[in-house]
Design a protein around this ligand. Structure first.
Ligand code: ADP
Length: 317
């Protein structure tokens, strides 16, 4: 893959705060136009890494580049092309949403005032706050503030949005709204965001890295992580005695294991598959070749990120 396909490249970043080793050598690459979920329990080091990228915190060692530019040496040029939403965005409470947006955007918007105003209107519409644009922030809900924060991060047409826990503190409706906005933004920009909520990652990200105690413990396309950890399992519920069919399946080289449990008079077979294509073609036929067996249910087991995440985190401890 060409260098320029990566918006963020991180090599061996470590960070020590006194005795606390917050990051223990993180390598990570974020591809252009991806929506990259940076997942990890509280205290894993997510905010620290994001702050290092923004040069708000200095790494102890290691290096990183954004848009091919070194984060230490070219941070000003980088910052012009990044939008950042901190975990707890602050606004001036007595000012309206529009006033807040214009006030803050003036610091980094490069263009005439009328263009800035137009852009602020556009952003307020994008985050669904047009009707509340002229209300004071002090009456805003957490979700509305977060949406305003995203509008602000977007004002300067950034090529990269860094969002720190954008939806984590919100109720389900607020979270849904923020996730939908992120989904819409993916056409225009690359999004690198942190969260400790697995469901959010599964809903909007295409790529994910899992950070635990300062180390990346898994990374890649979501599908790859979900399948890679546990392999493919077919879940088959049969009526009748499955022993002879289980014996037959155990002889097949592309089957690595079978568990057989009784449930309400039926048998539940979990069949671990090494070759998906062969399983698609032959598995059901092989089972049905036994005339004693009736197949009541047949499905490919889907893993939830939650299961995979717990497995990885537990395996690391
Ligand atoms: P996360 O964002 O994943 O919750 P953080 O990056 O905030 O994790 O924190 C990682 C670790 O570094 C934690 O143990 C935290 O207590 C510690 N830490 C973060 N910031 C500081 C700081 N300014 N001084 C000392 N320790 C810190």
């Amino acid at each position: 893959m060409a260098q320029q396909d990566f918006v963020i490249k991180i090599d061996g970043i470590t960070k020590k705060y006194g005795e606390t080793q917050a990051l223990k050598g993180v390598d990570l690459q974020v591809r252009r136009n991806s929506i990259y979920g940076f997942l990890g329990p509280n205290g894993a080091g997510k905010t620290t890494l994001m702050k290092i990228l923004l040069r708000l915190v200095r790494p102890t060692s290691g290096r990183a580049a954004i848009f091919g530019m070194d984060i230490q040496k070219e941070s000003v040029a980088i910052r012009e092309r990044i939008g950042y939403l901190p975990q707890h965005p602050r606004f001036i409470e007595y000012m309206t949403a529009r006033e807040n947006l214009i006030f803050t955007a003036k610091f980094f918007f490069s263009g005439p005032e009328f263009k800035l105003r137009e852009r602020c209107d556009e952003m307020l519409a994008m985050v669904g706050l047009e009707s509340k644009a002229d209300r004071a922030i002090k009456g805003f809900s957490g979700g509305e503030k977060q949406r305003l924060g995203i509008a602000l991060a977007q004002v300067n047409y950034p090529d990269l949005l860094i969002l720190d826990e954008p939806a984590s503190a919100l109720d389900p409706l607020g979270r849904q709204a923020v996730l939908e906005i992120m989904d819409r933004l993916r056409e225009h920009t690359t999004i690198f965001y942190s969260t400790h909520i697995l469901d959010d990652v599964q809903r909007v990200s295409d790529t994910v890295a899992i950070l635990n105690s300062g180390k990346i413990v898994a990374s890649g396309a979501i599908e790859q992580i979900l399948n890679g950890q546990n392999g493919t399992i077919y879940n088959v519920i049969v009526k009748g005695n499955p022993l002879s069919v289980v014996e037959k399946l155990n002889q097949i080289p592309w089957i690595s294991g079978i568990s057989n449990a009784k449930l309400n008079g039926n048998h539940v077979l979990d069949i671990n598959i090494l070759d998906e294509a062969k399983a698609e073609k032959h598995l059901l036929r092989t089972i049905l070749s036994d005339p004693e067996i009736i197949v009541a249910e047949y499905s490919r087991k889907k893993f939830e990120l939650e299961e995979v995440f717990m497995d990885i985190i537990k395996g690391e401890q």
